[in-house]
Design a protein around this ligand. Structure first.
Ligand SMILES: Cc1cc2nc3c(=O)[nH]c(=O)nc-3n(C[C@H](O)[C@H](O)[C@H](O)COP(=O)(O)OP(=O)(O)OC[C@H]3O[C@@H](n4cnc5c(N)ncnc54)[C@H](O)[C@@H]3O)c2cc1C
Ligand SMILES: *[C@@H]1O[C@H](CO)[C@@H](O)[C@H](O)[C@H]1NC(C)=O
Ligand SMILES: *[C@@H]1O[C@H](CO)[C@@H](O)[C@H](O)[C@H]1NC(C)=O
Ligand SMILES: *[C@@H]1O[C@H](CO)[C@@H](O)[C@H](O)[C@H]1NC(C)=O
Ligand SMILES: *[C@@H]1O[C@H](CO)[C@@H](O)[C@H](O)[C@H]1NC(C)=O
Ligand SMILES: *[C@@H]1O[C@H](CO)[C@@H](O)[C@H](O)[C@H]1NC(C)=O
Length: 511
C-alpha cells in the first residue's frame, strides 16, 4: 500500500518533469554550453569571443561558416569527455553537430548554427600495434597526420588521398584510397570502431563485437549511430610509403579519347592489376586555356631504385602514353607528399553532387560531357567574370574493388559485383559570389538528373549516391537499396531507441 502510494508520487513527479522538459523548460544552447563547461575540465568550451572559437569555426567550404555561428564549440579530449558532452546535450534537448575534419561542402554539414558543435580536434591518438598490422587513429586526425607518421614506418592504410581531409568523415562514408584496388574502400579496412552512443555509453564494434553496429558503420555514416572516437584500421607494408604517380593534363578537345582510355582502365586494366589506382577530372580553368582533362595515375609497385625509375610506366597505364598532353609529371612520392600536392585550399564556396552509372560503355561516359558543358557555360555566363571553377570527375569502381568490399561480411553501401563495373560520377564546383549559390545547387541537381536519365535510357543506370560526395538534397541511404536502408534503420533504432541523434544531430544525411 505504502509502496504503491510512493510509486504514484514518483511516477507523478517523473511525468511532471518530462512534461516540463518538453514544453515549459526549453533551455537555450547557451545553457547547454554552460552545463558542458561544468561537466568537463576547464577550457574545453569555447565561445564566440575567443580566438580558439575563431580557429574552430574555420571550415574547408566557406558555406559552412558564412552566417553560421554555433553558441559554442566543445572540444573534448577523450571518449569519456565526448560521452559527458553527449549526455548533457541529450538531457537538455540541445541541437548539435560534430566536426571531424570539416570538409563537407554544404552549409550545416558539420557545423551547427545556433547549436553546439562538438569539435574532435583533440582526439589525436595515433598508435601502431607492435605487429605493425593495425593503426589506432583518433577521430580528430587529418590524413596528413596519419601518412606523415606511417611514411616514416614504411606502412600505409587505406585512407584519404588528400592531406587536410578528416579521417572521420572519410571512413564513415566509405573512403576511396590509393590502395582501394587491393583492399576496397577505407571502411572495409576498419577492424574496430570505438563509438559513443546516444546514451553516452562507450562501445566497440568489430567483426566479433556488436557486429550489426560494425556493419552499419561501414558506409552508414556516423550521424545516425553515435560519435566515433577511434578507428582501428588495417595497416599494410609499403616501403617509405612510396607510390608511383603520373599526373597528366590533357587538352579538353581530347576528352573522348581520354575518357575511353579511363573506361578501358576501369573495365580491363584495374581488375588485371589491382595495384593501379586512378581518377579523371574534367575542368574549365583560364590557366589551362579553358577546358582540360586532369588524369592522375597511381601504382603501388615501384619500378626499381634507379634515378630514372619513375620514367618507366606500369603496363596497365601504357594506353595513356599516347594521349596528347599539356603537361606530364611522373614521380615516385610518399603518400604524405602526394596528398599535400593535391590538397585543395580553403576559402571558396563549394558544392558536391554525385551519382553512379555502369562503366561498361565508353560512349555513355563521353556523352555525359556535353550535359556538364552546358551547365558550365550557363554558370560562366551568369558569373560575369567572378571566379567559378567547375569539375566533372570520373572515379572507377572496378570489379576488383567490388570484390574487396566483400571482406568481413560486406559493408552497408549495397554495391554488388553483379552490378559492376561501375563509374562514380562526381560534379563539383567552387566559386566566390554567394549570389550564385542557388543556381549552383539547382543546376548541379539538374545535371545529375540528366546523367541518370541518359544512363537509364541506355540501360546503364545504377544510382548509388556516395555520401562523401553528395549534395545535401540527395537521397544517400535510399540509394544503398531497400534492404540495406531498412537494416540500417533497424540498427539505428536498436542503438538509439529514443531517436536522440535523429532529433538533435542536424544537418547531415538521415536514415
Ligand atoms: C579536398 C577533398 C578531398 C577529398 N578526397 C577524398 C578521397 O580521396 N576519398 C574519399 O573517399 N573522399 C574524399 N573526400 C570526401 C570526404 O571523404 C568527405 O568530405 C568527408 O566527409 C570528409 O570528412 P571530414 O571529417 O573532413 O568532414 P566533416 O564535415 O567534419 O564530417 C562529415 C560528416 O561526418 C560527421 N562526423 C565527423 N566526424 C565524426 C565522428 N567521429 N563520428 C561520427 N560522425 C562524424 C560530421 O558530423 C558530418 O556529418 C574529399 C573531400 C575534399 C573536400
Ligand atoms: C599504444 O599501443 C601500445 C601497445 O601497442 C600500448 O601499450 C599503449 O598504451 C598505446 N598507447 C596509446 C596512447 O593508446
Ligand atoms: C597534423 O598535421 C598538421 C599539418 O602538418 C599539423 O599542423 C598538426 O599539428 C598535426 N596534428 C597533430 C596532432 O600532430
Ligand atoms: C616524404 O617525401 C618528402 C619529399 O620528398 C620528404 O621530404 C620526406 O622526408 C619523406 N618522408 C619520409 C618519411 O620519408
Ligand atoms: C570534348 O571533345 C569534343 C570534341 O570531341 C569537344 O567538342 C568538346 O568541347 C570537348 N568538351 C570538353 C569539356 O572539353
Ligand atoms: C585496354 O586495356 C587493356 C588492359 O590493360 C590493354 O591491353 C589494351 O591495350 C587497352 N585497349 C585500349 C584501346 O587502350
Amino acid at each position: 500500500m505504502l509502496s504503491s502510494g510512493l510509486n504514484k508520487i514518483l511516477l507523478g513527479a517523473l511525468a511532471l518533469a518530462t512534461a516540463a522538459s518538453c514544453t515549459l523548460w526549453s533551455p537555450s544552447s547557451d545553457t547547454a554550453c554552460k552545463a558542458i563547461d561544468l561537466a568537463l575540465p576547464h577550457g574545453r568550451v569555447n565561445y564566440p569571443d575567443s580566438p580558439t572559437y575563431a580557429q574552430e569555426n574555420n571550415y574547408w567550404s566557406i558555406r559552412q561558416t558564412d552566417n553560421i555561428a554555433p553558441a559554442c564549440f566543445v572540444a573534448p579530449k577523450d571518449a569519456f569527455e565526448v560521452a559527458a558532452t553527449v549526455k548533457v546535450l541529450a538531457s537538455l534537448n540541445t541541437q548539435f553537430s560534430v566536426k571531424g575534419g570539416g570538409h563537407t561542402a554544404f552549409a550545416g554539414g558539420s557545423n551547427s548554427d545556433g547549436g553546439v558543435t562538438i569539435d574532435l580536434m583533440y582526439l589525436t591518438t595515433l598508435n601502431v600495434s607492435s605487429d605493425r598490422k593495425t593503426v589506432s587513429i583518433g577521430a580528430g586526425n587529418r590524413w596528413i597526420n596519419v601518412s606523415e607518421a606511417l611514411d616514416t614506418l614504411g606502412l600505409v592504410v587505406v585512407g584519404g588521398r588528400v592531406a587536410d581531409v578528416g579521417v572521420s568523415g572519410l571512413i564513415l562514408g566509405g573512403g576511396l584510397s590509393y590502395f582501394s584496388g587491393m583492399y576496397g574502400w577505407a571502411c572495409d579496412n576498419v577492424r574496430n570502431y570505438e563509438i559513443v552512443l546516444a546514451s553516452g555509453q562507450i562501445v566497440n564494434a568489430s567483426p566479433t563485437k556488436n557486429e550489426d553496429l560494425y556493419w552499419a558503420l561501414r558506409g552508414g555514416g556516423g550521424s545516425n549511430f553515435g560519435i566515433v572516437t577511434r578507428f582501428d584500421v588495417a595497416a599494410y607494408e609499403q616501403p617509405g610509403g612510396n607510390i608511383w604517380h603520373n599526373s597528366l593534363i590533357i587538352p579538353g578537345a581530347a576528352n573522348a579519347s581520354a575518357i575511353s582510355a579511363y573506361q578501358n582502365l576501369t573495365v580491363n586494366g584495374m581488375p588485371a592489376d589491382n595495384k593501379a589506382h586512378s581518377y579523371m577530372v574534367l575542368t574549365h580553368m583560364d590557366m589551362l586555356g579553358g577546358y582540360a582533362v586532369i588524369s592522375d595515375l597511381f601504382h603501388a609497385d615501384l619500378p626499381n631504385t634507379a634515378d630514372s625509375a619513375h620514367e618507366s610506366v606500369p603496363g596497365v597505364f601504357e594506353p595513356f602514353e599516347s594521349l596528347p598532353t599539356i603537361m606530364k609529371t611522373k614521380s615516385i612520392v610518399n603518400v604524405s607528399t602526394v596528398s599535400r600536392e593535391i590538397d585543395v585550399p580553403y576559402g571558396s564556396r563549394q558544392t558536391w553532387w554525385d551519382t553512379t552509372v555502369k562503366a561498361t560503355d565508353p560512349s555513355l561516359l563521353i556523352d555525359i560531357v556535353p550535359l556538364w558543358q552546358d551547365h558550365v557555360e550557363k554558370l560562366l555566363a551568369v558569373a560575369k567574370g567572378s571566379a567559378v571553377t567547375p569539375f566533372l570527375a570520373y572515379q572507377a569502381i572496378p570489379l576488383n574493388v567490388l570484390k574487396a568490399m566483400e571482406a568481413n561480411g560486406g559493408n552497408a553501401l549495397g554495391l554488388k559485383q553483379s552490378d559492376g563495373p561501375l563509374m562514380l560520377i562526381q560534379l563539383t564546383a567552387q566559386w566566390a559570389d554567394s549570389a550564385l549559390d542557388d543556381l549552383m545547387e539547382r543546376s548541379s541537381e539538374e545535371v545529375i538528373g540528366k546523367i541518370n536519365d541518359l544512363a537509364k535510357s541506355r540501360g546503364l543506370s545504377h544510382g548509388f549516391v556516395y555520401a562523401n560526395y553528395a549534395g545535401n538534397r540527395q537521397s544517400v541511404f535510399e540509394s544503398y537499396g531497400a534492404d540495406n536502408h531498412a537494416k540500417l534503420k533497424q540498427v539505428a533504432l536498436k542503438w538509439d531507441p529514443e531517436g536522440i541523434l535523429r532529433k538533435l544531430w542536424r544537418g547531415y544525411f538521415k536514415l
